[in-house]
Ligand binder design. Structure first.
Ligand SMILES: Nc1nc2c(ncn2[C@@H]2O[C@H](COP(=O)(O)OP(=O)(O)OP(=O)(O)O)[C@@H](O)[C@H]2O)c(=O)[nH]1
Ligand SMILES: [Mg+2]
Length: 292
């Protein structure tokens, strides 16, 4: 049988996590319309009669300002070594820019197979596709160039077939029924963070983090206590909202998603804490799984 690893890399917001979820047919990585959503490498596992493909969803490639972002970029670089295939995903509906050039540079020294995935083709006119493929094929040496829509699923099944064609003979790395490597408490923290990003605005997404303080199993119930870190008092006020409305909204949305994902009753308690410059604080980063 075939098996191996494929790393999904690209600029923020290009659709990496959407693709991972589409490939495993389950939501294992959070998705928002704001850039720099993913902070950890998240594995998604696809087991088929022909074999097993392990996908790595990675943080979007950007210029790091804080220590957190440096750690994120380090995890992207690590995810690119030792994989069979690199899937570079670009937003085909956005203009080509310096960020794209930077990503192409990063790919140059890599010896794995390289696929270019032109994503979001549901948003572009068909006639623009061929010139784009032509332009990209001159910019780098891709083994395959495949247009897809991760959101709608267009061409994702054929992408998977091509991936299996390229993967080497190998063993099963994970049990056939496993779809991700994430622990339940990480999934819970990420679900809270997703709701927080979606339900608040502007600069908040980048300056918030979620830490699970306690995660207890009680019969058919998970009792979850989580802290939301922000950097300033003004942000704390935004997250809590008038009369605690915003925090309640975030908590309710996260709890509902957890109840359906874990198939259990969930008790969720959220606290908002101000922690100045946590994005540069090694200890906080360690507690977020972003340690060295
Ligand atoms: N129209 C359209 N939208 C898409 C497609 N794929 C992803 N999106 C949207 O693009 C936005 C970003 O998607 P993500 O999957 O979070 O992107 P990402 O590359 O993981 O982003 P980071 O984690 O921030 O690096 C979301 O609003 C998605 O719904 C697609 O094929 N078509
Ligand atoms: Mg992502």
């Amino acid at each position: 049988m075939k098996s191996g690893f494929a790393s999904i890399i690209g600029r923020p917001n290009s659709g990496k996590s959407t693709l991972l979820n589409r490939l495993v047919e389950e939501k294992v990585s959070i998705v928002t319309d704001k850039p720099q959503t993913t902070r950890h490498v998240v594995k998604g596992i696809v087991t088929r009669p022909e074999g097993q493909a392990v996908f790595l969803d990675t943080p979007g490639i950007h210029k790091p300002i804080h220590r957190m972002n440096e750690r994120m970029m380090k995890s992207v670089r690590e995810s690119m070594s030792d994989v069979d295939i690199i899937l570079l995903i670009v937003d085909a509906s956005a203009a080509f820019g310096r960020g794209d050039e930077f990503v192409l540079e990063l790919l140059k020294p890599v010896s794995s197979k390289k696929f270019l995935l032109l994503n979001k083709i549901d948003r572009i006119e068909k006639k623009n596709l061929l010139p784009m493929i032509d332009r990209y094929s001159k910019l780098a040496d891709f083994d395959e160039i495949i247009p897809i829509s991760a959101l709608k699923g267009d061409n994702v099944e054929s992408l998977l077939a091509v991936i299996f064609k390229y993967l080497p003979e190998g063993p099963m790395y994970y049990p056939a029924d496993q779809i991700s490597d994430q622990q339940e408490r990480t999934i819970a923290a990420e679900m809270i963070r997703e709701k927080l990003i979606v339900l608040t605005e502007e600069e908040l997404p980048h300056s918030t983090a979620v830490v699970i303080d306690r995660f207890e199993e009680e019969g058919n119930l998970y009792r979850i206590y989580a802290s939301i870190y922000v950097e300033r008092d003004s942000q704390k006020r935004i997250v809590i909202g008038k009369g605690g409305e915003k925090l309640k909204e975030v908590g309710t949305a996260a709890r509902k998603e957890m109840e359906s994902f874990f198939d259990r009753k969930i008790f969720l308690e959220l606290h908002v804490k101000v922690k100045k410059n946590w994005r540069d604080d090694p200890e906080t980063l360690r507690s977020l799984g972003l340690g060295e």
